[in-house]
Design a protein around this ligand. Sequence first.
Ligand code: UD1
Length: 430
Amino acid sequence: MDKIRIRGGKPLNGTIRIGGAKNAALPLMAACLLSDEPLVLSNVPHLADITTMANLLGQHGTQVSLEGHDAKEGHTGRVMSLTARDITSTTAPYDLVRRMRASVLVLGPLVAREGVATVSLPGGCAIGTRPVDIHLSGLEALGAEIEVESGYIRASAPQGLRGARYAFPKVSVGATENLLLAACLADGQTILENAAREPEITDLAECLIAMGAKITGVGSDTLVIEGVSKMHGAQHEIMPDRIEAGTFAMAVAIAGGEVLLEGARLSHIDAAMDQLRRTGTVVEGREGGIFVSRTGSEILAVDVETDPYPGFPTDLQAQFLALMTVANGASVVTETIFENRFMHVPELHRMGANITLQGRSALVRGVERLEGAPVMASDLRASASLVMAGLVAEGETEVRRIYHLDRGYERLEEKLQLVGADVERVEDTE
Ligand code: UD1
């Protein structure tokens, strides 16, 4: 296993190329199950979660091929072709699903196409219980019969799914994606109300439309889908990763410097970038990406609260909190999406941060300096926040268990090295 070692104090200057979005790529890959023709996705990031999804789809009978390594660009911008000519298995086994919660996204397309699907329950994860009840009640509304037995969800609709009106009881990104995928092949019209509006859902809807789906209301909280009997192949370029872009923007804010986040789109992370500006950081949308700069000025304390899109994303909460640990003043960071998403807090304490947890809020009193320390990554975005804290801490920080990072950040340490950070990946022998 590897760890990341950071020696703090270096500003970041230059250009960072933003990769394809993991959270868009995973549902897009699952979309291949709706057609027997090839779905060709470009701008595929090189991440452990993408490999897990490719293995799962392969297990259902999908032929997966990957091309397009570009020596200059490292592993970014790959092209993946997915052809689910015949579904050879409608079961998603525990061994693959437990590695990644997003595996549950095969449920909707499989039951829509094959009339039956058996998917292991994803189980808990570090940031909360994260049930799938909404995915299941939505599929029930489309006429699927759901049974949960021995840790597996079995959905069946032998006569096919039927279009229906369904209002999500709570905004859920994954459940919206699952139902959108399923409704494409349902008989008749489906209306999804209180749907999540994240840009990744718009990306999925656009790809589904290219595959022959009939969807209106894209980008709004009401999606209307007229079911079709057959979908066809398509080509689609995956959107840039807005969470990767937001993470690097906050890294520049904490370390200082001037960086162009090449390929990133400001409109995807407006709420987070507005808050970042209020900390005294310059953030500008440019033709080729987002320009971020903080030169000399102190970091101002700003309160944030996470919310579904277009609000401040929960996936940037840990990184913003890390920034607030060295702000001039006190701030309150409130998490409204996941109940247990403050596991970075005890690790930041080890680096000298002053944070008090009160229920779903963290009161952060800015300190003058953080000190390097050995710390442990607990989940994907928490890991990124620890690396960021290391960029500004005095001395050496070592972040362990970085397999979490590799699930969602493509070559994080290489990208930071390229803009001047003193960071390296080393083998963890302990
Ligand atoms: C997705 C993202 C994740 C992000 C999250 C919120 C992917 C692969 N992952 O996760 O990075 O942090 O959106 O923006 O895109 N819930 C239920 N029942 C359900 C489904 C969800 O109670 O059936 C709850 C969850 O526990 C959570 C909230 O709803 O409290 C939102 O979760 P959801 O939007 O579904 O997150 P994911 O799709 O799992």
